[in-house]
Design a protein around this ligand. Structure first.
Ligand code: AMP
Length: 122
């Protein structure tokens, strides 16, 4: 899938849409999810144009990979959920219902998250 430069997270990166920024480094930006599912729900996105986790894992440089995952750790500490625990999740593609085609990791925390959900079976 080709990268769509007008996706909502690309527009946030360009400053065309506001966000509640939590953290930024050379390779990543983290901001509150607009529709939080848990008390802490932050999205971490790379600054580079990557469609999904598969695209990022295949094409990002070592510096981008490191900077991105350092940012995820920073978010956990800044949101003060590193001791209590948190869950990270990335949806890739149709079966995972990825909505925004710019790679992002969700950081969920601030409450008991229960066990990981099993997928629904029809
Ligand atoms: P996903 O299904 O993994 O692609 O999740 C996309 C996430 O982006 C959802 O949790 C949305 O609530 C969130 N989202 C969409 N638009 C915005 C926005 N403008 N600012 C912050 N979060 C957003």
């Amino acid at each position: 899938m080709a990268y769509d430069p007008n996706n909502v997270f690309a527009r946030i990166l360009r400053g065309e849409i506001p966000c509640k920024k939590v953290f930024e480094n050379d390779h990543a930006v983290a901001f509150d999810d607009i529709n939080p599912q848990t008390r802490v729900h932050v999205l971490v996105i790379p600054k580079g144009a990557y469609v999904s986790s598969d695209d990022f894992a295949a094409k990002a440089s070592d510096a981008e990979l490191a900077g991105f995952f350092r940012a995820v750790g920073e978010v956990g500490r800044l949101m003060k959920v590193d001791a209590s625990g948190y869950r990270i999740l990335a949806n890739h593609g149709r079966d995972a219902h990825q909505e925004v085609p710019h790679f992002h990791i969700h950081v969920f925390g601030g409450e008991n998250l229960g066990r990981m959900n099993k997928p629904p079976r029809d």
